[in-house]
Write a protein that binds this ligand. Structure first.
Ligand SMILES: Nc1ncnc2c1ncn2[C@@H]1O[C@H](COP(=O)(O)OP(=O)(O)O)[C@@H](O)[C@H]1O
Ligand SMILES: [Mg+2]
Length: 498
């Protein structure tokens, strides 16, 4: 169920659960919400106002409602659950349980993985008995949500577009017959309109973004989309349709950025500079993200192996025979601190470095953009600027990255930042940010000009010489790339040493 606020979605979840528990003795239903306060104000309050208190027993410590059945039949139960500490991990408390009905309220607050994990618990519980017709229940799940929140992209994809969300991996197929959605708005809820006529006015007075979502239940927009300037026409290059759009420059640096995590997605992006034709027909030097690697639950050595395997020495569709020479690999700084699992005396970065070196790839360097919230913001803004200036494009073959970019939303608490979520989109963003931020772009002119004009103001020629020497390293025309804010890995381990 998707739609605007106050349309009766949450209540419908509760009614669905009640319908099951009264039909099948011994039935166990699970109703979930992300946080306890919301659960209490929402579904638990709805239960209290729907049923007289003597018709069920309420266990206040475990939040379980037990419904006595006819004599000799097992009582049914509704478990009211939430994520302890707000972490989805806490759902693992249900690992050994089975619930033939699971209802998730405000599902936009949950990730696809929560849905998948819960699906694995969506089975008939031991003790569930047949209904009056002698039939057992058909396990099912339902969700209710406003069309927003970090989970909205995967929900939209599964129920509205009837296609697998990118997080699901290639083997996940959607059978359209198994997915069904209803859309509703407050205008469908006459009871509420009669009881609280002011509520509609309140929704009408919301800022436009929110009003669209909460009043109209607008399913299309990502509310507060960060990269609203991203368009397929300008930023996505389909070389199959237009092979001449990119003129590869094999002498340019190739750099890889990556964001690795075992529990989440591990992403790597390959970049280079090339001459790209813009929609107006002119060609200009542009950063091209030309390859992506996005996997889940892959150890660091396997990830390095996959990276190396993907470096097939060719730019996509490029006739160039030159070997694709990877100049640098940028990883988030915490990999230099995190101990690696099988060999805890080493950091993850070191482990990665060894695996990369074995495959003739450079030792990883600390990426810019990962050390602080400020850096995250800078990275977010820099991607925006690059898109705006048309200085960053993606090959269409990076299809997960291309579909992730429009899904990134502005942070609710910090409009300069991208909303942090537990989704694949966020992991993709982290890797992209490292790639874009760690290599100083070709636009070194303004800084060079600035230094030159400041130097001109220095009269003493010796001072001037020292000033220039101190500031000029690495900004000349010939030095087209240089990482900022990064440290080199051990020299012995870098590729240039071999
Ligand atoms: N069919 C209905 N009959 C009576 N009251 C309803 C009905 N549907 C919804 N309501 C009431 O309308 C209000 C909004 O419903 P709710 O389920 O919280 O909406 P949503 O989850 O869509 O925001 C609640 O107070 C709920 O009890
Ligand atoms: Mg609700």
């Amino acid at each position: 169920m998707v739609g605007g606020a106050g349309s009766g979605k949450s209540l419908a979840l509760l009614w669905e659960a009640l319908d099951f528990v009264y039909s099948f003795p011994g039935f166990q239903a699970l109703l979930l919400r992300r946080n306890y306060p919301e659960l209490e104000k929402g579904l638990i309050a709805d239960l209290r106002s729907t049923l007289p208190p003597h018709t069920y027993h309420w266990d206040d410590s475990d939040h379980i409602a037990t419904f006595p059945m006819a004599a000799g039949r097992a009582p049914s139960k509704i478990f009211f659950g939430y994520c302890k500490d707000g972490k989805e991990r806490s759902l693992s408390q249900y690992l050994s349980s089975a619930f033939p009905f699971i209802g998730i309220d405000e599902m936009g607050q949950f990730s696809f993985w929560a849905w998948q994990f819960l699906s694995s618990r969506n089975r008939i519980n031991v003790g569930c008995e047949p209904n009056a017709q002698g039939r057992m229940p058909a396990p099912c799940m339902a969700g209710a949500t406003n069309p927003m929140g970090p989970g909205w992209p995967w929900i939209k994809r599964m129920w509205l577009d009837l296609s697998a969300p990118p997080e699901a991996g290639d083997s996940f197929l959607i059978n359209p017959d198994e997915y069904f959605h209803v859309h509703s708005t407050i205008l469908d809820n006459q009871r509420l309109l009669d009881r609280d006529p002011g509520y509609l006015d309140k929704l009408k007075k919301l800022p436009e973004d929110l009003r669209k979502k909460l009043l109209d239940g607008d399913v299309n927009l990502v509310s507060g989309q960060y990269y609203s300037n991203f368009t397929r026409e300008r930023h996505v290059v389909d070389l199959d349709a237009d092979p001449g759009r990119v003129e590869w420059q094999p002498w340019q640096p190739v750099w890889i950025s990556l964001d690795w995590g075992l529990a989440h997605f591990a992403c790597a992006h390959w970049f280079t500079r090339a001459l790209v034709r813009r929609p107006d027909g002119t060609r200009s030097e542009t950063v091209v993200c030309y390859r992506e690697l996005i996997v889940r639950e892959t150890g660091i050595k396997d990830f390095a192996r996959l990276m190396a395997e993907m470096c097939d020495g060719r730019f996509h569709g490029s006739p160039a025979q030159e070997k694709e020479a990877v100049t640098a690999v940028f990883v988030s700084h915490e990999l230099f601190a995190r101990r690696s699992d099988p060999s805890p005396d080493q950091t993850v970065a070191f482990e990665l470095g060894r695996a990369l070196k074995r495959r003739h790839l450079p030792f990883p360097q600390r990426a810019a953009g990962s050390a602080s919230t400020q850096e995250r913001r800078t990275g977010a803004a820099m991607i925006y600027e690059d898109l705006e200036a048309g200085e960053l494009v993606f090959l269409a073959s990076c299809h997960r990255t291309v579909s992730a970019l429009p899904m990134l939303a502005r942070s609710e608490t910090d409009i300069e930042d991208v909303q942090k979520t537990e989704t694949m989109e966020d992991d993709i963003f982290d890797s992209l940010k490292h790639g874009v931020l760690s290599i100083r772009r070709g636009r070194s002119k303004p800084l060079a000009d600035e230094i030159r004009s400041r130097a001109e103001a220095i009269e003493d020629p010796v001072k001037k010489w020292f000033f220039l020497r101190a500031h000029n390293s690495g900004i000349g025309e010939n030095d087209k790339w240089k990482n900022i804010g990064t440290e080199l890995g051990p020299m012995w381990a870098s590729r240039s040493q071999t």
